[in-house]
Every structure is written in C-alpha cells, then in structure tokens.
Design a protein around this ligand. Structure first.
Ligand code: LER
Ligand code: MN
Length: 278
C-alpha cells in the first residue's frame, strides 16, 4: 500500500483544433464531468478555446453539482488557435499573448483553479516582423511574461503552473531543472512535471523530481508513449515514491491520448492511479 495524498484528474478538451492531441475526454463538458465522477476521478483538467468559454459562469456550479473539482485550466489554445506566444519577436504578439493569459488566469482563479503555461511559452525563431527571436532573447521574453503573470496571480490570489516541454515542442526549458531556474523567485508560479516530456528529456526522472522538490505544483500523468499510465514502459513506483518524498499532494492529471478510446484510456488511468498512488 502506498498511502499517498495525491489526487486523480483527467483532461477534457473543448478545442476542435486539438483533435488527436493528448486529451482524454471530448464529449460535452457535462457528460465528461459525469463520466469522470462515475469512474472515481477527483477532478478534471479543462482545455478551453479561450476565456470566453467560461462566460455565463456555468462551469463552476456544474462542477459543484456533479461533485468534481477543477484541477487546472490549460492555455495551449492561445498557441494552437491564435499562434500567440510569450516569446514572439513581435511586441504586439507578446502583448496579446500576455493579455490572453491574464484573462485566462482571472477565469481560472474565479473557478479556484490554477492556470497552465505550456505551449504558450513559445520558442526561439518566432515572429513575423523584424528579426526572429534568438534563443537568449526568447528566454528573456518568456521570463518577462512569467513575471507579469506571477505578479497578477499574486494580486488576485491565483496560481500559475509553468511546464517544461520536450525539445520537439520548445527550446525554452526542456527539463525540470531548467524550468525551476526559469521560475526562480516567483512566488505564485510552480512547475508542471509532465511525465511524457520528462521521459524524453530527463536523465533520471525520479532524481529530477527529488532535485526540484517542492517547486512541483502539478503532474501530467502519462506513460512513455503518451498513452494512459500502464500502457507504456515507465517505471511508475520510483516516480510516485519521489513525489511522496518531496511532499507532493497535488494532482496526477492524465494528459494522454484517448486511445484505444476515451473510456478505455480513462479506465486504465484510474486503475493505474489506484494501483500506484492510493
Ligand atoms: C501541454 O500540457 C503539453 O504537454 C504540450 O505537449 C502540449 O500538448
Ligand atoms: Mn503536459
């Protein structure tokens, strides 16, 4: 028996452009929340098209009525739909990216949920006007954006999760150690440890978790091949032990492909969660 204080979560996408991406639930949100609840998840993680998705204030009451938490709000649609990133060479684009994220942070905070910055961190070489960003410049722009968002989060009582991604998605921060250096000194920003990216980039996943310790605020719970945990070749026990030993009490949130289908990926995830983390 593990006896951890970790909680289970499953991703839900409302973004048509992300079809085929690593999200488990795709049915309308009410059905998705009901299925997550029925399968025994503590929470869902929402991937919305933008802040307008939450207008009318229906999502919070719906979640309360169904009895499910909201683990976090993803912001990748800012990149997928609008090509906004915090590292674009174009000042206007960076400002739009920051404005999009500030609005997302506000709706997330109203729901009592943290906001994730993953794809919107951008990479070097972006920009349609002038010189595309160099690697150091892209990092400087990202840090500046993260500082502005952290400042805003502090003011409104919100929380930001910054996510290192694998080398095929960004050249900003690929490892937890690089991510931890990037958010150094920010008081309302923590790291998101995505096991899929970590499996590609970290020399030793458990050691990397131990190294950044309490900087971890959220986990994307995925196997080596980005299928539900248990369907790839990750050694799960050492990762759970490492999270336990750094006192992690957050979510293990399944950001995986809906394969072989949504329901089976969700079932496999909750089975693995129960096996390894309860
Ligand atoms: C976002 O959480 C992520 O992990 C990226 O790979 C974009 O899907
Ligand atoms: Mn992720």
């Amino acid at each position: 028996m593990n006896m951890t204080d970790m909680k289970s979560s499953i991703t839900f996408s409302a973004v048509a452009e992300s079809t085929g991406g690593p999200f488990v639930l795709w049915d309308p949100i009410e059905q998705s929340m009901e299925l997550a609840k029925e399968l025994g998840f503590d929470a869902i993680e929402i991937f919305p098209p933008g802040p307008e998705y939450f207008s009318g204030n229906k999502i919070g009451p719906l979640a309360r009525q169904i009895g499910i938490q909201i683990a976090a709000i993803g912001t990748g649609a800012g990149w997928v739909k609008h090509k906004l990133s915090l590292a674009d060479a174009d000042h206007e684009v960076r400002n739009k990216a920051t404005a999009f994220l500030i609005e997302m942070l506000e709706v997330a905070t109203q729901l009592g949920a943290p906001m994730i910055i993953g794809s919107m961190q951008g990479r070097s070489g972006l920009g349609t006007t002038g010189q595309p960003t160099s690697k150091p410049q892209a990092k400087e722009y990202l840090r500046h954006g993260l500082e502005r968002l952290d400042e805003h989060a502090k003011r409104i009582g919100g929380q930001v999760f910054y996510e290192p991604l694998n080398r095929y998605e960004t050249d900003q921060c690929n490892t937890l150690a690089q991510g931890s250096a990037m958010i150094q000194g920010l008081s309302s920003t923590k790291l998101l440890a995505d096991w899929f990216h970590m499996n590609i980039e970290e020399p030793d996943m458990a050691q990397s978790i131990l190294h950044v310790g309490s900087a971890i605020g959220h986990v994307h719970f995925a196997d080596s091949n980005r299928h539900a945990v248990g369907l790839g070749h990750l050694q799960v026990e050492p990762l759970i032990r490492a999270l336990q030993s750094v006192g992690y009490r957050g979510y293990l949130s399944a950001e995986v492909f809906a394969l072989p289908d949504s329901h089976k990926a969700a079932m496999q995830t909750i089975r693995s969660f129960k096996q390894f983390a309860t």
